[in-house]
Write a protein that binds this ligand. Structure first.
Ligand code: FAD
Length: 483
């Protein structure tokens, strides 16, 4: 007996039931296929960088166990049956995915391989609960987070995570297929000219070991006080596990149980409200996947169809100024520059920057979603779409459209001393705390002392906040009256 484990968004050895099942069955061929065609959404640039590093880490981890990661590139519907047939494996395993094109591909492959006499087994590695395990009393999909999370908790304690297989025998790729394998370099996932990934390399350690280290650091430190600290972009107060979760270098069952046992063993001193808050954020990720499963067009269609009539503006110059962090609103600009440099943005600032684009600039949330998709290392088919629709007010259990974040008030509240803004918008760092979130209010002397020529070294506001707000509310009223 021999097996094949097809790695996709489960780039880890521990708590990977599909991998464990393959390894228990017999010598295993470990395969990753870079699939860039077909109807699946192509990965963004930052995600490609992460994937490259994550695959390298996975290959080393397998090598340390005397096994090899085989890389291929192309359409899995053509590649997988050929590899299975030629290598003669009688079991294929994988971890489930939940976006519609991937699910369609997986069920087609399962049918084809099964028809050809190979057993296929799929497992859950990505979620605490399968999307269909949580439902309303009448068996319908959930649309509101709080009851969703209550029902999800009632499903029961998540299964304890499995350890990585201790021994694993590798099934080598048959010589007849050698020409199909590609080297890591041939995948060409990382940028070269220009190489914009310097900030990413400085910020992150992709891979299972990097994920485990991030989790321990978080449990030993920021978890204590998370409930309040999580809103502060000027502190490292959250786990920063999102890209690791996105690529399955760590799973939510592991996070769940590690958090619980750190508290029980006294290694972490957080109070129960911090712990509950943290686990409920992991719950928002589960809720996003629940939404995506039942709404496969979550990234492209308004969940609330009333927004289909919304009068979005097309304004490429404004979109570009937003993307580059040149709107003249310091906290908005700081967020977009943090994103561009590190591939990540703090959650509070994701909400502020998204609200600014959608409301003050009246630009379609899908244009923002697309930019985040390309630039986030954690760009996630469920969380990104759900996050944007939440801010737009077009989503399930969303913030109402008329709730318009004021970037100045938000800045003063969550980046009080301006540390976050000074880090990412250094050209205005010399302003006093009282002006750092509204440089246009500085008089000539204050600007001169801070070395700022407004309109030259730092932009004037792209839109007046009151006018932008009024325009957004008028647009909403128009949509309503067209009902
Ligand atoms: P922590 O606070 O440490 O939370 C732990 C984990 O819980 C996160 O890693 C994440 O998996 C999950 N989580 C936390 N907050 C949320 C949330 N609001 N919604 C869903 N899951 C959450 N998250 C992504 O993973 N990928 C995205 O592409 C993404 N796009 C977003 C776009 C917008 C406009 C908004 C408002 C939010 C988006 N989020 C996205 C959610 C959230 O901002 C990030 O998950 C979070 O900032 C990641 O940082 P962390 O790992 O330190 O989070």
């Amino acid at each position: 007996a021999s097996s094949l484990h097809w790695f996709r968004d489960d780039l880890r050895l521990a708590d990977n039931p599909a991998l464990s099942a393959a390894v228990a069955h017999g010598p295993t061929l470990f395969l990753y296929i870079l699939d860039e065609g077909g109807s699946r959404r192509p990965l963004g640039g930052a995600s490609r960088w992460w994937l490259s590093r994550s695959l390298a880490a996975l290959a080393s981890a397998l090598e340390a166990k005397g096994s090899e990661l085989v890389l291929m590139r192309g359409d899995p519907a053509a590649i997988l049956p050929r590899v299975v047939e030629t290598s003669g494996v009688d079991l294929v395993t994988w971890s489930r995915r939940y976006d519609a094109p991937s699910m369609a591909l997986d069920s087609r492959l399962k049918a084809d391989l099964t028809a050809a006499g190979t057993r296929v087994e799929s497992f859950n590695a990505a979620l605490l609960n399968e999307p269909w395990q949580v439902a309303t009393k009448t068996g319908d999909p959930m649309k509101v987070f709080t009851p969703y999370w209550r029902a999800a908790r009632a499903v029961g304690e998540p299964a304890a995570p499995m350890p990585a297989p201790r021994r694993m025998a590798s099934l080598p790729l048959p010589a007849a297929l050698a020409a199909m394998a590609v080297s890591h370099a041939e995948l060409a996932l990382e940028p070269t000219r220009p190489d914009w990934a310097g900030g990413l390399r400085e910020t992150w350690t992709p891979g299972e070991a990097g994920a485990a280290a991030r989790l321990s650091e978080f449990l030993a430190g920021p978890l204590d006080g998370y409930g309040e600290g999580r809103d502060r972009p000027d502190r490292v107060a959250t786990s920063r596990l999102s890209p690791h979760l996105r690529f399955g270098e760590i799973g939510p069952r592991q996070i769940w149980h590690a958090t619980r046992s750190a508290i029980e063993s006294g290694d972490a001193s957080a109070g129960s409200s911090d712990v509950e808050k943290f686990l409920s954020e992991v719950g928002w990720r589960e809720f996003s996947y629940h939404l995506l499963f039942y709404n496969p067009d979550l990234a492209t269609e308004n969940f609330n169809r009333r927004f289909d009539a919304f009068p979005w503006r097309r304004d490429e110059p404004a979109l570009e100024r937003w993307q580059r962090g040149l709107t003249g609103y310091p906290i908005v600009d700081a967020g977009l520059r943090e994103l561009w440099t590190t591939g990540w943005m703090h959650n509070r600032v994701r909400m502020i920057t998204a609200s600014f684009l959608i409301k003050h600039l009246l630009i379609d949330w899908r244009q923002g979603e697309d930019w985040f998709w390309d630039t986030l290392v954690d760009a996630d088919p469920a969380n990104n779409a759900a996050g944007w629709q939440w801010v737009a007010g077009s989503g399930a259990d969303a913030s109402p459209y008329y709730r318009i974040f004021n970037p100045v008030t938000q800045g003063l509240k969550f980046d009080t001393a301006g540390r976050y803004v000074r880090r990412w918008v250094p050209e205005i760092a010399g302003l006093d705390d009282s002006l750092i979130h509204e440089p246009w209010k500085a008089d000539a002397g204050a600007l001169r002392r801070a070395g700022i020529a407004l309109g030259e070294t730092y932009p004037r506001p792209i839109v007046d906040l009151d006018l932008g707000r009024k325009r957004a509310l008028d647009a909403l009223a128009m949509t309503r009256s067209e009902d």
